[in-house]
Design a protein around this ligand. Structure first.
Ligand code: ADP
Length: 384
């Protein structure tokens, strides 16, 4: 077997992992540990499902290490997805004590995610002391934003004192798509990427650099998402807090977990299901889809400003890659983009391809954050 990189994405109660050969792109092992710490804790992987009721983080990682056992000799590095790099990191970094201290410094900006990422880093550094560990940050790609794009119009001292600004997320996906777009559409310099998964964001890219993105200080800002509201008027919060007897935490729970497609439809956050319900004539599912597409189209149109005129629009993420219906609805709302119906019909689900060259180009590119994490890790370890 060739050299491989182990890619880890440690969430607060889940761990996604992949063992990847970064040059052939082959995925040798892939799995997901879910509901860590609860009765329903389990690890799903190609070889089956491992039930680990009540198991904590360390024991789940120990079980993952056991799965890795047969492949250990070929692993040359560990790549960690880290959610928040604050203003410290504009690119991926070899993990040292100093880098860990900087990630810890960002814990207050991502209190649910960064501590989990750090736990994974700590355990894997101990388990493989001879291997390089690399951190790949969700925020890093957006560090090229200029002040007019990343500052909120609140007192400047809140930025200076507390680092309150727009950071943006999904950066690894947007960077991956930017790199793939250079191959698929070599003439497109200014592109708008719509990453539409459970979380969703748009990114304006100019000459390979992110110049604006829709998520902000947290991933809550921007588009309508599966369970997140996206942009709202913060003025409604004290009003709703009073009406619903909710404190700040309760309001945030509502905006993050009970809003978006789920909140409007009252059915599900899952676009596939909502499309099926819309087919059957369900009014709330239809409304959720209409709002999702309208808000997305408005964002895309506004990104003509940061791109200075976009050459291309790319769809990605579970919805962007797989839903012709949503793509069509969004494009139909955009006066400066026209869909090529034939190309669109001919594009197989989950495939990369161009769906319009009429005027501005429109494309679909499947994202692969894990592969980019593996490639970054491999590049960094080769320079050591
Ligand atoms: P995550 O952000 O968790 O990585 P994904 O990128 O996998 O999520 O996207 C999940 C979303 O993609 C869900 O809303 C799901 O319903 C949607 N999706 C996946 N396949 C299809 C499809 N064929 N048609 C419509 N939506 C789809």
């Amino acid at each position: 077997m060739n050299d491989t990189i182990f890619v880890l994405n440690c969430g607060s109660s889940s761990i996604k992992f992949q063992l990847i050969e970064p040059h052939s792109h082959e995925v040798i092992l892939k799995g997901l540990a879910e509901n860590i710490g609860s009765k329903r804790c389990q690890i799903k992987h190609a070889g089956g499902t491992l039930s680990l009721p009540g198991t904590g983080y360390e024991e789940v990682i120990a079980a993952i290490l056991e799965l890795l056992q047969p492949y250990q000799a070929d692993i040359k590095g560990i790549g960690h997805r880290v959610v928040h790099g604050g203003e410290h990191f504009s690119e991926s970094a070899l993990i040292t004590d100093e880098v860990i201290a900087k990630i810890k410094d960002c814990n207050s900006l991502a209190p649910l995610h960064n501590p989990a990422n750090l736990k994974g880093i700590e355990i894997f550094r101990k388990s493989f002391p001879m291997l390089p560990n690399v951190a790949v940050f969700d925020t890093a790609f957006h560090m090229s934003l200029q002040k007019q794009a990343y500052l909120y119009a609140i007192a400047y001292e809140h930025y200076e004192k507390f680092h309150v600004r727009r950071y943006g997320f999904h950066g690894t996906s947007h960077r991956f798509i930017t790199m793939e777009a250079e191959k698929l559409l070599p003439h497109a310099k200014n592109i708008i990427i719509a990453h539409l998964g459970n979380g969703a964001s748009v990114c304006a890219v100019k000459n390979g650099k992110s110049v604006d993105t829709s998520m902000g200080f947290t991933p809550l800002e921007g588009l309508v998402m599966g369970t997140r509201s996206g942009d709202i008027d913060p003025g409604m919060l004290p009003f709703l807090g009073k009406k619903l007897d909710l404190n700040t935490e309760g309001l945030l729970q509502m905006l993050n977990k009970e809003s978006g497609l789920l909140g409007i439809s009252g059915i599900s956050s899952d676009m596939r299901l909502l499309e099926e319900e819309m087919e059957k004539g369900n009014k709330q599912a239809t409304l959720a889809i209409e709002i999702f597409c309208y808000r997305l189209a408005k964002y895309i149109a506004s990104y003509e400003v940061p791109t200075g005129g976009a050459d291309a629009l790319i769809f990605t993420g579970g919805i962007g890659e797989n839903s012709p219906l949503i793509r069509k609805k969004v494009i139909d709302l955009l006066p400066s983009f026209t869909l090529d119906t034939k190309l669109h019909q001919n594009l197989a689900r989950g495939q990369a391809g161009i769906i319009s060259s009429k005027g501005k180009t429109i494309g679909v590119i499947p994202t692969n954050e894990e592969l980019l994490i593996a490639k970054d890790t491999d590049d960094i370890r080769r320079k050591l």
